[in-house]
Design a protein around this ligand. Structure first.
Ligand SMILES: [Zn+2]
Length: 350
């Protein structure tokens, strides 16, 4: 299995019905009263898709892009021109990751917008903020990852203490309106229903428009890469692999011809095929981790066996989180047990 930058590249037969793709920093029409905006993201992801919904007097924006000079320049240049002099009055962030929420505070202040997010994601924001502002909390986070066998050098320490995260966000939102599972709202002249789904993060908001068969999937389902599903100290979910697989039970209820609007990659049809492929990917990873734990190992040791390519600091960290999530899923299922002592070692139950 080819692994790339902490994400697995998976091939599934999907249809990509839209032939035109926006250049980073620009927008194109996706549907009536709806724009598809693409913004640059540094690193392997390269871009994020965000969505502008035309509410008449103003706009609703779903996700914001990362706090980089390029994305800020787009929002005050080419994209502001697309708004036709009307403000963004509502920004819904699917989740707290900096490519999704990095510019929320900047844009909310610029346009006087309300910020909508799930309570679970607001709670993660609060814990990240505590880690940035309180050295004792940051030290605990470092210790929790060292306990899983992670080697924490200077660069890793900075990452674990959210120094990179801090630079990639324009500030923590000061006031957030919580969105909850089952909520409905109107934006861009259509009704949307909110699903709150876990796995990639604690409480990602995914938006479904039944009338037009549109699913704004955030990072919950992506067409070409598998979303990171990991355990990290600031998250509440202790079994994200199980949560992620359970989220598919919800999404599989949607129609087969749903047009999925992912945060990375192009809009596609083939949600059910994609979910089947992702289920198979996680089943294979669980099997691989269980067989590697025929002998006692730390999660960090298992990660080096799964992610065989040399990884940079960020992807070493993501690979540990992903491996640990699969180890914990096996522990919770009774297939693996944790041994006494430090660092944490795990072994398959024979
Ligand atoms: Zn994400």
């Amino acid at each position: 299995m080819r692994r790339r930058d902490g994400y697995a590249a998976l091939k599934t037969e999907l249809e990509y019905p839209l032939t035109t793709v926006p250049e980073p920093g620009t927008a194109i029409p996706l549907a009536p009263r709806m724009l598809w905006v693409r913004l640059p993201v540094p690193g392997a992801l390269r871009h994020i898709n965000v969505w502008l919904l035309d509410d008449g007097e103003s706009w609703t924006l779903v996700d914001t892009g990362m706090n980089t000079a390029e994305s800020r320049a787009a929002w005050i240049g080419a994209l502001e021109a697309e708004l036709g002099g009307r403000p963004i009055r509502r920004i819904l962030c699917t989740h707290h990751h900096p490519d999704h929420a990095g510019l929320v505070q900047f844009l909310a202040e610029r346009h006087g917008a309300d910020i909508w997010m799930s309570a679970g994601e607001v709670a993660v924001f609060a814990r990240i903020r505590a880690c940035i502002e309180d050295a004792a909390v940051a030290d605990e986070r470092v210790a929790a990852l060292e306990a899983e066998g992670l080697a924490v050098g200077d660069e890793m320490r900075a990452l674990v203490r959210f120094e990179q995260y801090r630079s990639r966000t324009s500030g923590f939102p000061t006031k957030v309106e919580p969105v909850a599972d089952g909520d409905t709202f109107v934006a861009g002249g259509r009704d949307w229903r909110v699903f709150i789904l876990a796995g990639h993060t604690d409480a990602q908001a995914v938006l479904w428009c039944e009338r037009d068969g549109l699913l704004i999937s955030g990072d919950q389902v992506l067409p070409r890469i598998s979303s990171n599903v990991g355990i990290y100290p600031e998250r509440a979910d202790r079994d994200p692999v199980r949560s992620y697989l359970e989220s598919f039970d919800v999404l599989e209820e949607l129609p087969r011809d749903t047009l999925v609007l992912p945060a990375h990659g192009n809009p596609f049809v083939g949600l059910h095929a994609r979910i089947a492929s992702l289920r198979a990917h996680h089943a294979a990873t669980l099997e691989q981790v269980a067989s590697l734990l025929a002998e006692p190992r730390t999660a960090a040791e298992v990660a080096t066996q799964i992610f065989v390519r040399k990884l940079d600091t960020l992807n070493t960290y993501l690979a540990l989180g992903e491996t640990l999530a699969h180890v914990r899923c096996l522990v919770n299922a009774g297939a693996v047990t944790q041994l006494d002592g430090a660092p944490n070692r795990y072994v398959a139950v024979s």
